[in-house]
Design a protein around this ligand. Structure first.
Ligand code: KG4
Ligand code: ZN
Length: 352
């Protein structure tokens, strides 16, 4: 089964063709980062206009790279949530039109489930059977979720962020440090050679408490206190901070370490029969996070797997892969699929 995937939930306009949920025939990502950079973050209005302007070319380029005709495509899969409403609508409109025009199936995909499946897109990745049950961490600009994934592909969300997402913490920190946008790669670069213990930034939500819904509070994340701590630190140190590269590296390294430390320690908390730790999303590109998670996993005797770099940040290969494995919502009529900007991530099934 060959699936055309379309992704427009945030600031990447992406198309991909994936065979049987595994073999990526083509993956094209148009990053809008240059359009949003002057504003220091994603501007929804600009994002949807860019999607509308780029999607036709991105889809055409995807087919060209895969070198297949429309007639070989069996289904169109598209992200229907969560994401920016006006951006999701562009992808949905395009996917619906293509499904109708070609007389093929339309499949709605949950963006975060797709991030989770991206772990299996690496051809050299171990099979799901050898990695599950697993603990999974999804860390992006808009989301931070910790999950348990069962052998049969069902999953349950253990915890999530109560305020900023991990990527947002990087992005907002970079604004305060005047490092530019996007903040994750900028902070990682600025942190090189810095001392991660130079500034004792706070690690949020460490206390264990059973919450009203029965979940353990240790699995939730909070990054807004960290951002405030950086703000106050810079204000109090303002004379000295601008002084040397070295000090900037120390602050960036300490800030990065506070985020990484929280992500790793919560991911490792309460492991039982899990055989692996899976990481996905744009923040999983972070070298320090990969290194720290791999070290912690090795100490606990579990494997640590992240997607290849090209499938960490938003892409459409993960959308098509999920649909190709029988995941997502298969709809009978195109009118059945609507954008769900605030789609939640609680429990679900990754593949049929
Ligand atoms: O998955 P993604 O492309 O988009 C969302 O679904 O949100 O993730 C984007 C986020 C941004 O916040 C960006 O700063 C962060 O991923 N990011 C990084 C790195 N590269 C991207 N964060 C830390 N270190 C990186 N190297
Ligand atoms: Zn994403």
């Amino acid at each position: 089964m060959i699936v055309l995937g379309i992704e427009t939930s945030c600031d990447e306009t992406a198309g991909a063709l994936v065979e049987d949920g595994r073999r990526v025939m083509a993956s094209v990502v148009y990053s809008q980062v240059a359009a949003h950079r002057p504003h220091g973050g994603v501007v929804p209005e600009i994002a949807s206009r860019e999607h509308a302007a780029r999607l036709p070319d991105v889809v055409a380029e995807t087919l060209r790279q895969a070198a297949i005709p429309w007639s070989r495509i069996d289904a169109v899969a598209v992200t229907y949530g969560p994401g920016l409403a006006s951006s999701l609508l562009v992808g949905l409109a395009g996917a619906k039109a293509l499904a109708l025009r070609c007389g093929i199936e339309l499949i709605g995909v949950h963006h975060l489930e797709a991030h989770l499946i991206s772990v299996f897109l690496d051809r050299r990745a171990p099979t799901a059977e050898t990695l599950l049950p697993a603990r999974a961490l999804i860390v992006s600009g808009g989301h931070t979720s910790l999950l348990r994934v069962e052998r049969n592909g069902t999953y349950r969300c253990l915890g999530r962020t109560r305020d900023d997402a991990a990527g947002e913490a990087f992005d907002k920190g970079a604004v305060l440090l005047e490092l530019g946008y996007p903040g994750g790669p900028a902070i990682e670069k600025a942190a090189r050679g810095g001392n991660p213990r130079a500034v004792p930034f706070p690690r949020g939500l460490q206390r264990r408490r059973r919450m009203a819904d029965g979940r353990d509070s240790r699995y939730d994340f909070s990054f807004s206190g960290l951002k405030t701590a950086l703000l106050y630190y810079l204000r109090d140190q303002s004379q000295k901070v601008a002084a040397t590269e070295r000090q900037r590296a120390d602050i960036a390294a300490s800030y990065q370490e506070a985020i990484v430390d929280v992500l790793v320690s919560k991911t490792m908390t309460g492991l039982q029969d899990e055989r692996a730790v899976l990481m996905a999303g744009g923040v999983a590109l972070n070298g320090r996070l990969r290194e720290a998670m791999a070290g912690a996993a090795a100490r606990q005797g579990v494997r640590c797997i992240a997607p290849p770099a090209v499938y960490c940040a938003d892409n459409a290969a993960m959308i098509a892969a999920l649909a190709g494995r029988g995941g997502g919502r298969r709809v009978d009529a195109v009118g059945e699929l609507d954008a769900q900007p605030s789609l939640i991530f609680e429990r679900g099934r990754l593949w049929a």
